[in-house]
Design a protein around this ligand. Sequence first.
Ligand SMILES: NC(=O)c1ccc[n+]([C@@H]2O[C@H](COP(=O)([O-])OP(=O)(O)OC[C@H]3O[C@@H](n4cnc5c(N)ncnc54)[C@H](OP(=O)(O)O)[C@@H]3O)[C@@H](O)[C@H]2O)c1
Length: 249
Amino acid sequence: MTNKVALVTGSSRGIGKEIALRLAKEGYDLVINYARSKNAALETAAEIEALGRRALVVKANVGDVDKINHMFEQIEQEFGRLDIFVNNAASGVQRPAMELEEKHWDWTMNINSKALLFCAQQAAKLMEKSGKGKIVSISSLGSIRYLENYTAVGVSKAALEALTRYLAVEFSAKNIVVNAVSGGAVDTEALAHFPNREEMLAEAREKTPAGKMVEIDDIVNAVMFLLGDGSDMIRGQTIIVDGGISLLV
Ligand SMILES: NC(=O)c1ccc[n+]([C@@H]2O[C@H](COP(=O)([O-])OP(=O)(O)OC[C@H]3O[C@@H](n4cnc5c(N)ncnc54)[C@H](OP(=O)(O)O)[C@@H]3O)[C@@H](O)[C@H]2O)c1
């Protein structure tokens, strides 16, 4: 019996790590991908192995297509299959539009948008071997509304959501289901890069209609729903998990 395998990009820390751990608890073997945080990636892998599952740790900057292709070669060699791909890794330069340089734009778009296309192409080839698969990307509210300093990331997330719709249509013929989950502010290390971190957190705490901030588990629960069997007829959608804050003017 070969076990089912899931790849979560950016699973050394934060939301990606918790998605990987939840998938391990559901019985999946995991591919843990990271760019810089080797020790954190190894710690995630150790936690997965302690749950009785296998973990392959792959260092790969997903903004680089050669690195993506090398990562998938390693997945094929180690497991020979892929059932789930969670496109979670993200980065980005936080600046007002007038201060963005070409390299900032390219960095952000490559990691947050381009990676989905070129990882999904490789994932689909492996998923076709078992006749089905599921892909979920993680987006953010900046794709649909203004967030201060968030121009490059917001646009990259809008592209990710549009690409999710295109892939959902074309991959349906391969029996691969493609969706996304978009979240309101979650207090992870990612927010350390926001010049206006404290204001963002205060706004989220005070204004979220649900009366509390979104937590990592809220995002993970939505991802697991989309990865599960009960959601097969949801295609190309971005489910917003924000406690209602994006409904406010
Ligand atoms: N936190 C929020 O408020 C929030 C809200 C909505 C949506 N999201 C989305 O949720 C996802 C996870 O966010 P998070 O808050 O968990 O972020 P985080 O704590 O900063 O973690 C980011 C993860 O992505 C990895 N990563 C970054 N650049 C990478 C690259 N080029 N190649 C491969 N891996 C890379 C990091 O690994 P290394 O440390 O090894 O670089 C790390 O594992 C992102 O898509 C983010 O946009 C976050």
